[in-house]
Design a protein around this ligand. Structure first.
Ligand code: BES
Ligand code: MG
Ligand code: ZN
Length: 477
């Protein structure tokens, strides 16, 4: 855990320096030693000055910096400092607020918090590391600075919640446990939370969520988290997240390699919950409803079998041809619920939905698809602020053919091609006329081989900050 302070603290410090001819002087070097530090991006120079351990962190040229690089260098310098067994240090961010003003605070706080985050895991002995960070900023008063830190920390706390949920083993995060935890944490954050159990789901006609969730004795739940920060507005932003706590594939069983990674298939649910947590904590003037269908996808006597036909909440019948394409089934009912019961005016859904998106975009960008280009361009602006990458895939109408079923209104798999797009086209059938964005985060929600310094093994917190900044941009309108 990191505690933030705005007092002076002198024994260890990170100082950020832009690349420039005088950078060596800022690091206290003489001209002969000027080659040791020029402020180039990602360059770290350590020294001891007046008994103070210092790290000068090069930020490169301001015009070349972006949110990812920014968080990276903050994380890298914090990790380096703490690797010297230093638990208390100050960071001088004046050079950063010179350029980015108050916006620098998110990247600073996120860089430190996410860079120093580790999942505690389930060990016999658990020791949580605690750090204290003192912020020095010549551009803002101590009061302003501490308020900016508080706001930024609420966003990274949301991302850390997202990571923790993803990292929790499946047997310790059943749908019921997950739903209770969402209920507790989001109620505390100021949301109104409702959890529907399997009986209520049956009454609601949630046949698609039940079709997957009945495969387990750990029954499905639908969790609705509401934050109405702008009662005068008729806009309600719906965030819907896939919450499959374990995905074995069911009768369309995954192979042994796939079965090593059954957990974490609730990354979309964790992302929307983490986002609405931050939105509520920061009292944004916006209405957001997060909807999470959560269940297990198991192989049992109660599982659906390929060839079965079920009826969704929307009324459409679905031929299940692959029980491993379960995410789109549970999302179908959640989307219908969001549109018809919560009357959301806009939707973003987030899901670890297809292996195909990992093939297409790898692990550094998520796929996005939409029925409303204008809404997507708003989302892109938010993603830029969050420092996350998304890449649009097209919803070509020819691919709709592949979802036609001879025995039902629609089938849950395409013909094997363009799997990410086929999944999105399936979901589009359930959003009716609502402007909608679909995010496929199967490649970005967790990582085994982190590609930057603010990630570590496991959940990344992906999508949480973009959803937060999207809501921030929708305040008051
Ligand atoms: N949760 C998986 C997708 C996934 C795969 C996420 C790998 C993360 C890493 C999803 O439920 C799934 O199994 N999708 C199938 C769909 C197919 C059967 C149409 C897939 O992608 O293979
Ligand atoms: Mg699956
Ligand atoms: Zn899945």
């Amino acid at each position: 855990m990191v505690t933030w302070k705005n007092e002076d603290f002198l024994s260890a410090q990170i100082k950020f320096v832009w690349e420039n001819e005088e950078a060596y002087k800022q690091a206290g070097l003489s001209e002969e030693n000027s080659h040791l530090f020029g402020g180039e991006f990602s360059q770290l120079f350590h020294t001891v000055k007046d008994n103070q351990f210092m790290i000068f962190a090069g930020m490169g040229k301001a015009e070349k910096l972006d949110g990812r690089k920014f968080k990276n260098i903050v994380a890298k310098s914090s990790r380096t400092l703490t690797s010297f067994n230093i638990k208390e240090f100050s960071i001088d961010i004046s050079a950063l607020t010179d350029v980015y003003k108050e916006k620098a605070y998110f990247d600073v706080v996120a860089g430190v918090e996410l860079g120093l985050y580790t999942y505690k895991g389930v060990h016999q002995e658990n020791e949580e590391k605690d750090y204290t960070v003192y912020v020095v900023d010549s551009n803002f008063s101590k009061e302003q600075s501490s308020e900016l830190i508080r706001k930024a920390k609420n966003i990274t706390d949301g991302m850390i919640l997202t990571r923790d949920w993803i990292n929790t083993p499946g047997n310790m995060l059943t749908p019921e446990i997950f739903a209770n935890d969402l209920n507790n944490k989001l109620t505390q954050a100021g949301c109104e939370v409702t959890v529907y159990n399997e009986r209520q789901l049956a009454e609601m006609g949630a046949g698609a969520l039940l079709a997957v969730g009945e495969s387990s004795d750990h029954k499905p739940r639908l969790v609705v988290m509401k934050y109405m920060g702008n009662p005068n507005s008729d806009k309600v932003y719906g965030y819907v997240g896939k919450g499959v706590t374990v995905d074995t594939g069911g009768y369309s069983l995954k192979n042994s390699a796939g079965l090593m990674y059954t957990k974490g298939d609730m990354g979309g649910a964790a992302a929307v919950a983490g986002a609405i947590y931050a939105i509520a904590k920061n009292n944004l003037k916006v209405n957001v409803v997060a909807v999470v269908p959560t269940c297990e996808n198991r192989l049992s006597n109660q599982s659906r079998i390929p060839g079965d036909v079920i009826k969704s909440m929307n009324g459409k019948t679905i031929e299940i041809l692959n029980t491993d394409a379960e995410g789109r089934l549970i999302l179908a009912d959640a989307l219908t619920y969001a549109v018809r019961q919560e009357k959301v005016t806009h939707i973003v859904d987030v899901a670890t939905l297809t292996g195909a998106v990992v093939g297409a975009l790898g692990t550094v960008a998520a796929g996005c698809m939409t029925n409303d280009e204008e809404y997507l361009s708003e989302f892109y602006a938010a993603a830029k602020e969050a420092g996350e990458r998304y890449w649009q895939l097209p919803l070509f109408e020819e691919y709709e053919e592949a979802l036609k079923s001879k025995v039902a209104d629609i089938k849950n798999t395409g013909n094997g091609n363009a799997g990410t797009i086929a999944a999105a086209l399936f979901l589009r059938e359930f959003v009716e006329e609502t402007p909608w964005i679909h995010l496929d985060i199967a490649g970005t929600s967790q990582t085994e081989a982190p590609s930057n310094d603010y990630h570590c093994f496991g959940g990344t917190g992906f999508a949480t900050p973009s959803l937060y900044f999207l809501a921030e941009a929708h305040q008051d309108i």
